[in-house]
Design a protein around this ligand. Structure first.
Ligand code: BGC
Ligand code: BGC
Length: 663
């Protein structure tokens, strides 16, 4: 019975292969030459290994489970191919896990995957993490500015260095793979993931994607490629995540196929050229069909036309979004071209159901073989079969890599290059470092707020400055700069003071959020819709399983409220007392802040700078000699709105002052 079902599967497979070979419907997509070529010896090794595997073992390779729901024993028994730590997942659920705890857990999973006692071949497990702005799940890591800030820096070479530093920190914890870079090109910044996108224009994303991949993985085709200092990268979320109607997370992208390529596809071109080894499918739909079920785009375009020969991984429970699927079964997604399935907690039924679907002929065996071939290819290219236990790898347990001074220096450089100066009346900036400065606002001394979402926890909330050892708040950075020059900095979040300061730096803006929690109805920062959640334009928030829920988010789809009314009042209060006011605006996206700009003498957008707050003082203050320290060089990678949708921008794309620095 079983054998005959397999036969049916094999026959279907032949048919499928013929269909797959058909040219894409549209010729808008180019063939892309990856710098990582197929290696015949490696392909032979894959074929040999595949030949030894049972169906159960093959499907096991295709499963990726979250460390909160899977044990090394499960990996040993079910031969799972991959694990991840989703945002806010730590070894033993301990946020303060040390580098050695991460490595020890990586060893346990690795050992389980290499255990051949049950007769299964040894295939090293591959661990993925969201190191999306540095190794952001790990205490002590360097957190770089979120992508929106990097986009304003307009510096592709810097992006490569950010990738290199990130790779080293991830490698130090024994982890193999990051789900980055995001190459979304945001068309509506009300989207809660806008800060994960470099720009609203494809050119910057295109210039950055390949560089980030090179930084993370090493140069494709060179000896450094995926050596001990590098990790596997992911281009995500394929495709069209930044172009959903009204910026609704997981919504529908209505672009034509030509636009899909010209706007949303550009990052994939350079990422594939650079040899990116994994691509993550997106939650959104294209023209009404969920990407996780889009055979044309996943298989015909990405794999057959663009020549991507690595792993297409699904997003977190992304299969659940496909029509007719649930979290524990989705033949459609596998048939559409997904190779590895991120099924964080429903992995066991998913595994079983998939085996049965293959046996029933619903999934062709050839599709399974192709998926496993791709998984083994990436594992072999990454040297996982040769690198040995995670703890034996060159950077493993090198605690000093986490937050290393040279990584922090790269992050600080990125911070100062990302600041965009929108207003600078009477050349107020840069300030004298000899001044008496009041540092106010609820963002002045809050590293969580300046880091945004995907910072230690998924939403970036629930942490204190003590959770960021080695980090520098914006206030601390200012204090260091002015104290060294003989000036004085006083922290006063509410702006009260005893002695009238020479100037006030007021730091405020968005509080952390991630994914749909940050969707907005309006970009207006303050006003009737200011910070209004997008709940009423959104479909119901995706269900989060209890073991993955973070405090304050189980029931509410809302980003935590900011204090826009108080922020404006604070600016006015200081301004009314005749104090020159410099606003430093923390935000994951462009917002309508016209009244706040009017109430400030100078207005600088800092985006979400991460742990190196010292980069802000670098541009705000002169040297003790009075000379310019670092000029403002950031330029908007998004047009800055007045507030309402469809407005003529207040500041155009590419805007950013720098002039007064020349004095
Ligand atoms: C996000 C991905 C992320 C994954 C794993 C998903 O919800 O969309 O960007 O890589 O979770 O944490
Ligand atoms: C996980 C995230 C994931 C999200 C999506 C969270 O609990 O930690 O990584 O993206 O759930 O639902």
């Amino acid at each position: 019975m079983r054998a005959s079902r397999w036969l049916v599967g094999a026959v279907c497979a032949v048919t499928l292969v013929t269909v797959q070979a058909a040219e894409p419907k549209s010729d808008v997509w180019p063939a892309v030459a990856s710098s990582v070529k197929k290696d015949p010896r490696l392909e032979a090794r894959i074929a040999e290994l595949l030949h030894k595997m049972t169906l159960q073992q093959k499907v096991g390779q295709m499963i990726q489970a979250d460390i909160r729901s899977v044990t090394p024993e499960d990996v040993r028994q079910y031969r799972l191919g991959s694990i991840l730590n989703g945002g806010g997942a730590f070894p033993a659920n301990e946020k303060h896990s040390k580098v050695s705890d991460w490595v020890a857990l990586a060893d346990r999973f690795y050992d389980a995957s290499m255990d051949t006692a049950g007769g299964a071949p040894a295939i090293p497990i591959m661990w993925g993490t969201d190191a999306v702005h540095g190794h952001n799940n790990v205490i002590g890591a360097t957190l770089f500015p979120h992508n929106v800030g990097l986009g304003a820096a307009h510096d592709p070479e810097l992006i490569r260095r950010v990738g290199e530093a990130t790779a080293r920190e991830v490698a130090a914890t024994g982890i193999d793979w990051t789900f980055a870079p995001t190459v979304a090109v945001v068309q509506d910044p009300r989207w809660g993931r806008s800060y994960e996108s470099y720009s609203e224009r494809p050119d910057i994303v295109k210039a950055y994607a390949g560089k980030m991949v090179q930084g993370l993985q090493g140069i494709g085709g060179s000896p450094m490629f995926l050596d001990g200092n590098h990790i596997i990268a992911t281009a995500k979320h394929y495709i069209g995540d930044g172009g959903t109607s009204q910026g609704i997370d997981r919504g529908n992208n209505e672009a034509s196929e030509q636009e899909l390529f010209a706007i949303h596809g550009q990052g994939y071109v350079t990422a594939i050229e650079a040899g990116v080894q994994t691509v993550m499918a997106s939650y959104n739909s294209w023209q009404g069909v969920k990407m996780h079920g889009q055979r044309h785009l996943l298989t015909e375009v990405l794999k057959n036309r663009m020549g991507f020969d690595g792993i297409v991984v699904s997003d977190w429970d992304g299969v659940d979004e496909v029509q007719g699927c649930s979290k524990d079964r989705c033949a459609q997604a596998i048939n559409a071209g997904l190779d590895m399935i991120m099924v964080p907690d429903q992995w066991k039924p998913f595994l079983q159901n998939t085996i049965e679907q293959v046996q029933a002929g619903d999934i062709p065996m050839a599709r399974i073989d192709d998926a496993v071939t791709r998984i083994l290819r990436v594992k072999l290219r990454a040297g996982l079969f040769e690198k040995g236990r995670p703890s034996s790898r060159p950077l493993a347990n090198k605690v000093a890599e986490l937050g290393a001074p040279q990584h922090r220096a790269v992050a600080r450089e990125a911070v100062r290059k990302s600041v965009v100066l929108l207003k600078n009346d009477k050349c107020l900036l840069p300030l004298s470092a000899k001044a008496n400065v009041l540092v106010a606002g609820d963002g002045a001394n809050d590293i969580g707020k300046q880091s945004g979402g995907w910072s230690i926890s998924w939403q970036g909330t629930g942490n204190t400055n003590a959770d960021y050892p080695g980090a520098t708040s914006i206030y601390e950075g200012i204090k260091t700069a002015v104290t060294a020059a003989g000036g004085k900095a006083t922290l006063s979040p509410d702006g009260s003071f005893q002695v009238k300061p020479d100037a006030a730096v007021v730091v405020f803006g968005e509080n952390p959020y991630a994914e749909w929690h940050g969707d907005l109805k309006s970009l207006q920062y303050r006003g009737p819709d200011g910070d209004a959640p997008a709940a009423d334009i959104n479909r119901p928030a995706p269900e989060v399983s209890p073991q993955f829920a973070e405090p304050n988010y189980e029931t509410s789809p809302l980003a935590p409220p900011t204090a826009p009314v108080a922020d404006l009042a604070l600016l006015k209060r200081l301004h009314d007392k005749g104090i020159p006011v410099v606003t430093v605006f923390l935000t994951g996206r462009v917002r309508g802040v016209t009244p706040e700009i009017e109430a400030s003498n100078a207005f600088a957008v800092a985006w979400l700078p991460g742990t190196e707050g010292g980069g802000i003082a670098d541009v705000l203050f002169r040297k003790s000699t009075g000379a310019v320290n670092f000029p403002f060089s950031g330029k908007l990678s998004y047009a800055w709105p007045r507030g309402g949708a469809g407005d003529v921008p207040l500041f155009p794309y590419g805007y950013g002052l720098g002039g007064c620095n020349q004095h």
